[in-house]
Ligand binder design. Sequence first.
Ligand code: ADP
Length: 546
Amino acid sequence: MKGLMQDWPLTVMSIIDHANRFHAEREIVTRTVEGPIHRCTYSDIHLRARKCAQALQKLGMKQGDVIATMAWNTHRHMEAWYGIMGMGAVCHTLNPRLFAEQLTYIINHAEDQFIFFDTTFVPVIEAVADTLPNVKGFIILTDKEHMPETKLKNVYCYEEIVEAEDGNFEWADVDENDACGLCYTSGTTGNPKGVLYSHRSNVLHALAANGADAMGMRSVDTVLPVVPMFHANAWAIAFSAPASGAKIVMPGANMDGESIYELLSTERVTVTAAVPTVWLMLLGHLEANEVKLPDLTKVIIGGSAAPRSMIEAFERDYDVTVMHAWGMTEMSPMGTLGSFKAGMETLPFEEQLDIKVKQGRAIYTVEMKITDDDGNDLPSDGVAFGHLMVRGPAVAGGYLKGEGGNILDEDGWFDTGDVATLDPLGFMQITDRAKDVIKSGGEWISSIELENTAVGHPDVVEAAVIGILHPKWDERPLLIVIPKEGSGLTKESVLEYMDGKIAKWWMPDDVVFVDEIPHTATGKIQKLTLREQFKDYTLPTATAAE
Ligand code: ADP
């Protein structure tokens, strides 16, 4: 027997319609690429998204076309998202930090028709424009006054084409399973692969993200997404904030500690989200200037593991609740968040930190398990670690154009490429990415845990650990450290600090000091480059063992 409820398609347009109907006055505040702070409301975004959709139709765009954006988090970028998706097209977010060859590959593979971009990215787009035969034109996200000089052809000024329309536009009649968003994973091996979100997956994910134990956005909140809209679906914030009516503060191009502090403080932000490197800069700014953030209640940290010392600093020194989050582009992107379960609120602080360093519990709609190399399920005992497998309605079922072949096992599980433990209460902890884990004497050492222990040392700015070939143990860990300037940090001091905090046999065999640690386009430590850089490195223990 079928239910008798209304067939109401789950489209992302319904989210911005809701915001317009019930939170019309709530603000979207942007630090614009041009400089000044810009203020508008959900009602403005709703109107201008429809105008944008009209403008795209005038340019010949149709339902199912793919249209790209390369832009910072701004009100215009949000309008373009809803405009593109609202006319039934697919919004393809481009990461400006990718190499030119990768951009060319991605834009051509996706068959992007138009590219919206900020003035910042004129050189990036100019460098690849000749390699993009499908692209019909470029829309620069600025007004007439700020239109840059460019050698690009078929260039349009966003404000001009949008303001030429009246906004009298009905959203496209789409099926909830139609595609609306596209984001490529950085693809550390092989070509980048396209993850194609549907209206339904984005809506379900926004609802799950808004659960009180997840990001839990409320209408009274002011949220600052530092996480860029050009990577991993901006952790769903461009959907979950309007769904709840939260005010949004868009940081534009400036993500340094001072700029983020200024916005957090003046706009009285209550919830914010970013990768650990951003928080390192903010904490540095707070400490150096002896300032606090009295309105901030929740910081969401994900993308890479949040070090214990970072969680501790936010919670103890600034009275901010840290929510450790894990996910990936293929998961829309959130998988777990670390909110407490009953009884945990009253635990001693150190025990709470033990829980908070874990990546958290699966949000509703995410199923999760760990398996051994042969695909057998492993116990959720907090000790056994194995391949982290996931499934759910906002998890990729395949990549665009079938790249990578069948990515699910026979029961529909997707292998995340991460190695993790699951404890009996459901908390997951990432041991490593499968390809980064250090294999020593048949056992595995977590590079993440070593890195996060090392950064707890007050004179360590950043740390990376890679496996170095070893004649006796296969691999042993090498710790690579950026020391605090002028601290005179020594190898002995770092190792002494780590002693007792990790298993004895996990202790790095050597420590090297560097000025810089390479990062990927998505802000992760580039282990591949480090392994290349140190491929001829001989550990002191290696010669001793020979
Ligand atoms: P990309 O692969 O394009 O860099 P993703 O955001 O899709 O970008 O990366 C997902 C991966 O990031 C996960 O598979 C995991 O390895 C890592 N990751 C994300 N969040 C965390 C976290 N909180 N702790 C440890 N690793 C994380």
